[in-house]
Design a protein around this ligand. Structure first.
Ligand code: MG
Length: 385
């Protein structure tokens, strides 16, 4: 990619968005587009700092004029405006949108031949087949922003994929690492939200506690690197310092190591791996043990639900994601216990047909259907309780 590609930040008020703007500020990069779901004062404040940026709020809210008053003619509203922004010519589009709404934006960016720095999970987990089609059609590039996939990409620079024995994604193990199933029967929302190493949003934090987040990352790795599921492994590494590893057929293993700070993978993605210097962080490898253990697949069945959905392909991963979102929301609302998250997802997958999605609409239809099925299972868990 050209290192001077103008940057478009989708999901600008979220965790990835604000950290992307930190990186852009630190490196003096040009930001030409900023988008968020709602026309908040937070968005207006960000917009004021980036005077060259078109500013999109998908939902103008009660009063879009709060944004228009601050940024004038640069303000745009609605999903069409979001997709237009994602299609900005020759842009580096950072997609930090949370949820299924990010899929259309990813496809628009790739259809336009842009560089897509992808942090939106649903794009590849739910829409893998259609995202890969758009990438092939537009001739742009797809760059991972997630710490694990960014690490794998770093390890694979200069390597032939044919020499890879396996990719190994590291997982922190979440707050319930080392516990057995019975101990998780009564865990509270607060317990599950207490992630040991990464500060993240509520859904991804619960997904880390169930290992579903790792299951999603396995599916993403399959699409990003084009390797079969039997060459993608997971190891639990509680310190979150080794961000992932690649084992080659000659027995060599490469790892990417660093402080758990999302600004590294973001910077690596948006600068095309050119490694601009940043001030030393004080990170000291001698201050941490590095330990690895196999994931407990009995206590955390979501991991294997993810492998199974990935191997089925088609709309199964979309159903996996949608059912999980419903189940996690139900857990956060204290409607179902923690262990029922996996049950709701599993039951939904059993009722999901095997269909290959040909378009974003097909993916979203599968998503909606899986949500309906999952809601029924949530209601029946509640009824039985
Ligand atoms: Mg991750």
């Amino acid at each position: 990619m050209p290192p001077d590609a103008p940057i478009v930040v989708l999901g600008a008020t979220g965790s990835i968005g604000t950290q992307t703007l930190d990186v852009a500020r630190r490196l003096g990069l040009q930001v030409v587009g900023i988008a968020a779901r709602r026309a908040s004062t937070e968005l207006a404040t960000i917009a004021a700092e980036w005077p060259d940026a078109v500013v999109v709020a998908v939902d103008p809210g009660d009063d879009g004029s709060a944004l228009t008053d601050r940024v004038g003619v640069r303000a745009r509203f609605g999903e069409e405006a979001l997709l237009e922004l994602a299609s900005t010519a020759r842009a580096m589009v950072v997609n930090g949108i949370v949820g299924a709404a990010g899929l259309r934006a990813s496809v628009a960016a790739l259809n336009a031949g842009n560089h897509l720095a992808l942090a939106n999970k649903e794009s590849l987990v739910a829409g893998g087949p259609v995202v890969m089609q758009a990438l092939a059609r537009g001739g742009g590039s797809l760059i991972p922003v997630d710490s694990e996939h960014s690490a794998l990409a770093e390890c694979l620079v200069g390597e032939d994929l044919g020499t890879v024995r396996r990719l190994v994604l590291t997982a922190s193990g979440g707050p319930f690492r080392g516990m057995v199933r019975q101990q998780l029967a009564d865990v509270s929302v607060g317990d599950a939200l207490a992630h040991p190493t990464w500060a993240m949003g509520r859904r991804v934090t619960i997904d880390s506690a169930t290992l579903m987040n790792k299951a999603f990352e396995v599916i993403e790795a399959h699409y990003l690197f084009g390797l079969p599921y039997d060459k993608i492994d997971v190891t639990v590494h509680p310190q979150s310092i080794v961000h992932s590893l690649v084992e080659f057929v000659d027995g060599s293993i490469k790892a990417q190591i660093g402080e758990p700070d999302m600004r590294h993978p973001i910077q690596y993605a948006i600068t095309g791996g050119t490694r601009p210097a940043v001030p030393p962080s004080g990170f000291d490898l001698t201050q941490s043990d590095l330990t690895f253990e196999p994931p407990d697949r009995v206590t955390f069945p979501c991991l294997d639900l993810g492998y199974a959905a990935g191997r089925r392909g088609g709309i199964a991963p979309a159903a996996l994601n949608a059912a999980d979102e419903v189940a996690v929301a139900a857990f956060l609302a204290e409607r179902i216990p923690f262990l029922s998250i996996a049950d709701v997802v599993s039951a939904t997958l059993e009722q999901t047909a095997d269909v290959t999605p040909g378009s974003v609409d097909d993916v979203l239809a599968a998503d909606a259907e899986a949500r309906r099925i999952a809601e029924r299972h949530v209601a029946s868990v509640q009824h039985d309780a």
